[in-house]
Design a protein around this ligand. Structure first.
Ligand code: ADP
Ligand code: MG
Length: 700
């Protein structure tokens, strides 16, 4: 049956080898099955028109019919655009396109009648339509006047060759009869019933050629659910397998180390979230399977302490603990704060980094092998083969995104039974994304900051206010505070970035001159030694101002620094801005984050900046980020684990996703091996999918 779906697309009527090549390249459609999964992304109501005079707000899409006039190409190079005027009985509106000009220009005829569809925006107090979809009234009138005309996504290249939305629709229409009966049900009868009684085949047909809105809604919901359900089922199944196959150390009890630290040495009460998370970790490490846990907590939420408490549980069970940090400075900071926490307790903590001297290293490694070192803190240096533990029980990795999977594997290989792994990240990931990417891991979230934190006052200033900003920096420095001034990242190729940061350094040095003041600078073109030296001066309070590129983004803790100035803030992503802001507000003083931008800002930049000014909640910020950029961009190339979705959308369909996960979990609880006859369709589909697809991104 399924073979029909694997038929190469060139065998479809209306598609030859050339077109097939185009479809493969431009649309990612290589087979009958792929074309079926190329669902419409929206439906046009061909029966409903607005008039130019009706337009009264931005953002609400309108469909207009009118005559096109004054089609012209204007502007040079990047600013090149195509404009035209559309006139109906009630008025005239300007249309403008920035992309696809080569393809559009020849098909737009002055004086022709067209149907356009787009969202009005206000520009110089007049509405216009930027990038509307456009179709000539002649071809439009050949189609049926249906309220649910599918619109397919396509590319400029494909459109030129007749594969515009309508062209694709025709192909799908030709395909449907051929695949009838080849789309077996993938869900159990019970689930189909719960989802509105639409079979898989009906749902696919309905999505391409809807009969009415109600059925379409049910079909779309079913297809979305199904997509998300199988992702969750795979992840949960994988997790089950892990728990069966990989035995872990049992940390059966909590003993003297943990208890005496907790009762006598804890300088403050744990937050409710810290308590909950420690409990989750403790339980996990006691079950006999290997822990693979992701600990998410905003900057300053107190992850280090959770790491320490977890390591003390390891010690109580006669195991050693290791804490890995991405940079030397962070390793030092962890080492210091952990040593301070543990003062007066019989726990031996050591630091190992690239700059540990040979003699000290030798001594340390011997002690480590003998089990005389209980907690080892360090950088990548911990991964080297000569670093041998007596009995490693728990590895904590700080700031997961700087470590690759291979490195984690090396750490795990340092013990006979794989150690428990706790990965800590301060980069909040939207819930839907976390569930999809890390659905086979356990996730703990510290969603509460320690009490008494003063909010960081965040403001947006444009370049004209530079003098006032400098004055403000001066007054903070007078109070003994320190200041970060951050510039966008220096890439190998971007000379202007280097110039920006060095110019900034010079003007700040003039404004805050020696010997009264000291200004430091760090950027990516410096050697690590020089960088570390400059950072260390700032950490010790020897410099008042640190001019930097984003090298300071991760984890650095200078409680005395109270002002973060971000230059060209419009060039930073939201999560980066959030991380940068997290560098201040660590001491008791009032802290400030000043986002500097040029006067003109694009829509997305404006949203990013206003979000930063509005909220300090990392999860809220990550949700906005997800909306602006989409899941692929957020996780970058390092996370290829994001599955391809044809119908569902991780931004819009959070509710369906939660539902899908709940249903998948309940199913596996009831029938872990999916052996019951009523689940046969699900078992079969899952088997197919697991065969096809590689394992999703795992962190452990
Ligand atoms: P992060 O999660 O960013 O790594 P840290 O672990 O560095 O945060 O903690 C930030 C600061 O808050 C540290 O100075 C730490 O000692 C302090 N801290 C942690 N937990 C608490 C708590 N429960 N109450 C008060 N202060 C705390
Ligand atoms: Mg930290």
């Amino acid at each position: 049956m399924a073979q029909v779906l694997e038929t190469p697309i060139e065998y479809l009527k209306g598609v030859g080898p050339q077109r097939a090549e185009l479809m493969r390249k431009e649309l990612g459609v290589g087979t009958f099955g792929d074309l079926l999964l190329h669902y419409p992304f929206r439906y046009v109501d061909r029966t409903r028109f607005s008039t130019v005079a009706d337009i009264a707000e931005e953002g609400t899409a309108v469909q207009l019919r009118g005559v096109l006039k004054e089609v012209r190409m204007i502007g040079e190079k990047q600013a090149r655009r195509l404009t035209a005027k559309l006139t109906d009985a009630t008025g005239t509106i300007e249309l403008v396109w920035f992309r696809g000009l080569r393809w559009l220009q020849p098909i737009l005829k002055d004086g022709g009648e067209y149907i356009v569809y787009g969202k009005p925006t206000l520009f110089r107090e007049r509405y216009n339509l930027a990038h509307p979809e456009i179709e000539s009234a002649i071809t439009w009138d050949q189609g049926a006047a249906t309220p649910l005309q599918p619109v397919y996504s396509t590319t400029e290249k494909a459109s030129v060759k007749g594969l515009n939305s309508r062209g694709i629709g025709k192909l799908v229409h030709a395909l449907l009869p051929q695949v009838q009966g080849a789309l077996p049900e993938t869900l159990s009868a019970e689930l189909v019933q719960q989802l509105g009684g639409i079979s898989r085949e009906e749902a696919v047909m309905e999505a391409h050629f809807p009969q009415d809105q109600k059925r379409l809604d049910l079909a779309v919901k079913r297809l979305k659910f199904e997509e998300l359900f199988y992702i969750q089922l795979q992840l949960l199944k994988q997790k089950l397998l892990m728990q069966h196959d990989v035995k872990g150390n049992v940390f059966a009890h909590v003993g003297a180390h943990f208890n005496s630290f907790y009762t006598d040495h804890l300088p403050f009460e744990l937050t409710g979230a810290q308590k909950r998370v420690v409990k989750e970790i403790r339980k996990d490490m006691g079950t006999g399977h290997q822990m693979n846990r992701l600990l998410q907590g905003d900057v300053g939420s107190g992850k280090t302490l959770v790491a320490l408490l977890s390591m003390l549980i390891a010690l109580d069970n006669d195991f050693q603990g290791a804490l890995l940090a991405p940079t030397e400075i962070l390793a030092q900071q962890h080492y210091k704060s952990i040593s301070r926490f543990l003062e007066g307790l019989p726990v031996v903590v050591r630091l190992l980094t690239g700059s540990t001297k040979a003699a000290a290293r030798k001594c340390l490694l011997t002690a480590l092998k003998l089990g005389e070192v209980h907690i080892l803190v360090g950088t990548h240096a911990l991964l080297e083969d000569r670093v041998v533990f007596q009995k490693l029980g728990l590895v904590v990795i700080d700031e997961q995104h700087r470590f690759g999977v291979a490195q984690r594997a090396r750490m795990q290989a340092k013990a006979k039974v794989p150690p428990h792994v706790l990965v800590m990240t301060a980069t909040p990931i939207p819930r839907t994304l976390a569930m999809t990417l890390y659905g086979d891991l356990d996730v703990s979230v510290i969603d509460e900051l320690p009490p008494g934190r003063k909010p960081i006052k965040t403001v947006h200033r444009d370049d004209h206010s530079r003098n006032a900003v400098f004055d403000f920096l001066g007054s903070e420095i007078e109070k003994g505070r320190q200041v970060y001034v951050v510039y966008p990242l220096i890439e190998e190729s971007e000379k202007s970035d280097l110039k920006d940061v060095t110019d900034g350094y010079e003007s700040l040095s003039r404004r805050f001159p020696l010997p009264k003041y000291a200004v430091g600078i760090v950027h990516g073109r410096m050697t690590p030694e020089v960088k570390d030296y400059e950072m260390a001066r700032f950490v010790k309070g020897e410099t008042n101002v640190l001019v930097a590129t984003t090298v300071i983004e991760v984890g650095v803790d200078v409680p005395n620094a109270s002002v973060m100035v971000v230059e060209n803030a419009e060039r930073f992503g939201l999560s980066q801005l959030h991380q940068l802001r997290g560098r201040v507000g660590r001491g008791a003083e009032h802290s400030y984050c000043i986002l500097m931008t040029g006067a003109k800002l694009g829509n997305d930049s404006r949203t990013r900046i206003s979000t930063m000014v509005r909220t300090q909640d990392g999860f809220e910020i990550s949700e906005v980020d997800l909306r602006l950029r989409g899941p692929g961009d957020i996780m970058g190339t390092q996370q290829s684990g994001i599955p391809e979705l044809h119908m569902a959308d991780l931004v819009e369909d959070a509710e369906i996703l939660q539902d899908a996960r709940r249903v998948a979990r309940r199913l596996l609880d009831e029938d872990p091996e999916l052996q019951e006859p009523k689940n046969a369709a699900i078992a079969g589909t899952l088997r197919e999918q697991m065969k096809e697809k590689a394992v999703w991104g795992r962190i452990g």
